[in-house]
Design a binder for this molecule. Structure first.
Ligand code: NAD
Length: 342
């Protein structure tokens, strides 16, 4: 008989229902055991909502349970590393929300502890599960558009002043950062994943132009990739309109891929290609459909059973965070920052 994996969810806020639904969608291979939140009532509420077995305000209590094999980390971004480290030391397999953490030191430590503990760490970047995005990744990697020359990412999102009041960690440098690290990280990850080249140099500027937050509501950057291609990033949550389309352009010697809104424009050697599906550049202002999380949960349990890496490893998930951090550093020091060789 196939094994059932018990699942716990740490952090019972906005994103936790996506994990709960994904665990329920994978039943009977997975079983939703319980929730933990430092605010005990939030854990109790989610327990009742999803018919889980227990709720606690103590992560240690949840991690001590032998009937939990895997945990989802759904706490504020600046606490992802600490919770992931605690879970790995308790022998749990982990599905960590984006971003992996928001400092290099913590991400280094996460990777070291997870490797020592011998558990599996999968990371959430649901845009990478879109069939169209996967097909484009393969085509670009196989050189169907030639050598990549330049690539651009633009996201003009909107976050109201009230959004930042929904939780005290939002927009803080210690626990969140802003437009790029929080809202834009899905698109940044997708952009870098599709280009498929390490970033070697970064420069740019960030600022908070309209919101009263510590971190950025607007950021621009220039990148140089390892193959010599050049890239640009503009990400803002200071737009006056919600839902402007995010765009990614990848331009090679043999063709162009432009993902904008729901319709991709793909051209190879002068011929337009019509591929099935919508691009999915990450949820803008509303929660993403749960399908991506469902695939991440399934992938983690298959990775455990097959003793392989999950599709999105910690090393892969940190790529976008490292680029974002280099961009902040470049702006803070008015310099060009070189990224270490991977
Ligand atoms: N993949 C996506 O599309 C997506 C969408 C939204 C949020 N997220 C990510 O999910 C994470 C959480 O975001 P959110 O909007 O759900 O935040 P939230 O503030 O709504 O929820 C976080 C919860 O964690 C609890 N918490 C804080 N520290 C804790 C700890 N040490 N142990 C247990 N509970 C703790 C808080 O009390 C809160 O209830 C963020 O990192 C965010 O980037 C991802």
């Amino acid at each position: 008989m196939e094994r059932t994996f018990g699942w716990g969810i740490i952090g019972a806020g906005v994103i936790s229902p996506s994990h709960a639904k994904a665990v329920l969608a994978n039943a009977p291979r997975t079983r939703l055991v319980g929730f933990c939140d430092v605010v005990g009532e939030k854990a109790e509420q989610r327990k009742a909502e999803f018919g889980a077995e227990f709720a606690t305000n103590s992560m240690e209590e949840l991690l001590a349970r032998p009937d939990i094999d895997c945990v989802s980390i759904c706490v504020p971004s600046g606490e992802h590393g600490d919770c992931t480290i605690a879970a790995a030391r308790a022998g749990k397999n982990i599905l960590c929300e984006k971003p992996l953490d928001i400092t290099r030191e913590k991400m280094d430590k996460v990777l070291a502890v997870v490797s020592e503990a011998g558990v599996k760490l999968g990371c959430v970047f649901q845009s990478r599960t879109s069939p169209l995005n996967r097909q484009l990744k393969k085509m670009i990697a196989e050189g169907e558009f030639g050598r990549v020359l330049y690539a651009d990412l633009a996201g003009k999102d909107y976050r109201s002043p009230d959004y930042y009041k929904t939780a005290d960690w939002r927009g803080t440098i210690r626990y969140d950062r802003g437009a790029l690290m929080n809202q834009g990280i899905h698109s940044l990850d997708l952009y870098l994943w599709l280009v498929g080249q390490p970033v070697v140099e970064v420069t740019g500027f960030w600022d908070h132009l309209v919101r009263d937050i510590e971190a950025e509501d607007t950021i621009v950057g220039s990148l140089r990739f390892a193959n010599g291609a050049l890239g640009s990033i503009l990400y803002a949550t200071s737009s006056s309109r919600a839902g402007l389309p995010r765009t990614i352009g990848i331009h090679g010697t043999e063709g162009n891929v432009v993902l904008a809104g729901r319709k991709p424009t793909i051209e190879r050697r002068g011929e337009e290609l019509h591929l099935e599906g919508t691009p999915d550049l990450g949820a803008s202002g509303q929660l993403a459909p749960v399908e991506g999380h469902t695939q991440h949960v399934r992938d983690l349990i298959q990775a455990i059973e097959e003793d392989r890496d999950p599709e999105i490893t910690g090393k892969s998930a940190r790529t976008a965070v490292d680029v974002a951090l280099a961009l902040y550093q470049a702006s803070d020091t008015r310099s060009v920052v070189r990224l270490p060789e991977a």
